[in-house]
Design a protein around this ligand. Structure first.
Ligand code: SAH
Length: 348
């Protein structure tokens, strides 16, 4: 397969342009088109036709061969379902908040991590996404939205869709640099969140990259006994190495750590669990995001009752832990990660 335009950095694009005998200013023109969201070389109308043909012979622009969009009737949430050039499926979700648009993207087709409560794990791992394919998720959303909202721009980005970003570290890092300082998007790193199940060496590595993003850690349990059951990664990186890594990340970056905690009925939602969670994450700037678990067909695990959610939240507050309960958006369009990919694979 041809390489993707969006995977080339400035120097690589400059070398390619020179190899076709085109003058250097063409590079700036191409980058301008990238910034404007062009999805084909034919849209780059100020490039000579013969140069466009040269570029087409060397590079792909679009990373997807099919896109479908599901819109929520309850709120402004939209789910984008992509078929990549090799037939793999990934998803992204667009959410509208008071402060602007936020996109949740996939970083892998499938996932190897095997978390018991997660739809993405159920159908196994396909492959890593390239930097261009992650950018492609954003380019497609932008094109779709600008048909009705010409000023549309993505303000916030979360790496919380399908896949484990730390298991695709090099490509994700290249993507983060492109999206925060490349020609397109220019999203502030402070408006980017990366969520990980806790691959400890990569948490340390990320802390040294000097990207002021927000690190979210999917914790979901206050003890190794419970976490081992829910998240296989805990057997490799148990809490006594994960929590110190989070603390070290905070010490290095001074960025508050967000802990994701899905409340699962009779598994991790007791008052005693809340107390031990509070003890575990004390002593550095941490925030707990409680998520009422999304039910996943075929799993015995289910959502905590509302009463228990409130009790859990209040217990954390009494322990002086900063906590919020995440609002559910797109409940009618299966906006939770992995759900559409699963449906598509079951249909084929
Ligand atoms: N692999 C990364 C990011 C993808 S999952 C990670 O593990 O963090 C994004 C978030 O959704 C994670 O916090 C994950 O644990 C959570 N999640 C997955 N399935 C869920 C479910 N059924 N209900 C609630 N949260 C879920």
């Amino acid at each position: 397969m041809k390489p993707f335009l969006w995977d080339l950095d400035h120097d690589e694009l400059t070398r390619l342009t020179a190899s076709f005998g085109a003058p250097k200013f063409r590079v700036g023109q191409i980058e301008n088109w990238i910034a404007r969201g062009a999805l084909s070389f034919d849209e780059m109308t100020n490039l000579p036709a013969s140069f466009r043909e040269d570029l087409k012979s060397a590079l792909n622009v679009r990373t997807v061969r099919d896109l479908s969009v599901v819109e929520s009737a309850l709120d402004d949430t939209k789910k984008f379902f992509y078929t990549l050039l090799d037939g793999e499926h990934v998803e992204a979700v667009l959410m509208h908040y008071e402060y602007g648009y936020s996109v949740c993207i996939s970083t892998q087709a499938g996932c190897k991590m095997g978390c018991a409560f997660c739809a993405s794990s159920r159908l196994g791992f396909g492959r890593n996404l390239s930097c261009a394919e992650m950018l492609g998720e954003l380019f497609e959303i932008t094109r779709f939205m600008r048909e009705t909202h010409p000023d549309f721009r993505i303000g916030h980005l979360v790496l919380m869709g399908i896949g484990e970003p730390m298991d695709n570290y090099e490509n994700v890092l290249k993507f983060l640099r492109a999206v925060t300082s490349g020609p397109a998007f220019q999203i502030s790193a402070r408006n980017v969140s990366l969520s990980t199940c806790g691959i400890v060496p990569k948490i340390h590595a990320l802390s040294r990259e000097s990207i002021p993003l927000t690190l979210s850690v999917s914790l979901h349990a206050p003890t190794d006994a419970i976490r081992d059951r829910l998240m296989p990664i805990n057997r490799t990186y148990p809490l006594n190495v994960l929590i110190p890594a989070c603390r070290a990340y905070y010490e290095t970056t001074k960025r508050r750590i967000y802990f994701e905690y899905a409340l699962i009925k009779d598994v991790n939602d007791g008052v005693e669990h809340a107390r031990s969670l509070a003890g575990l994450i004390r002593g550095f700037d941490a925030h707990v995001n409680l998520i009422p678990m999304n039910d996943v067909p075929g799993s015995k695990l289910c959502k905590s009752p509302e009463k228990q959610q409130i009790l859990f939240t209040n217990t954390l507050k009494q322990c002086k832990i900063s906590v919020t309960v995440r609002r559910t958006l797109g409940a009618d369009i299966e906006a939770a990660c992995g759900q559409l990919r699963r449906n598509a694979q079951q249909a084929t």
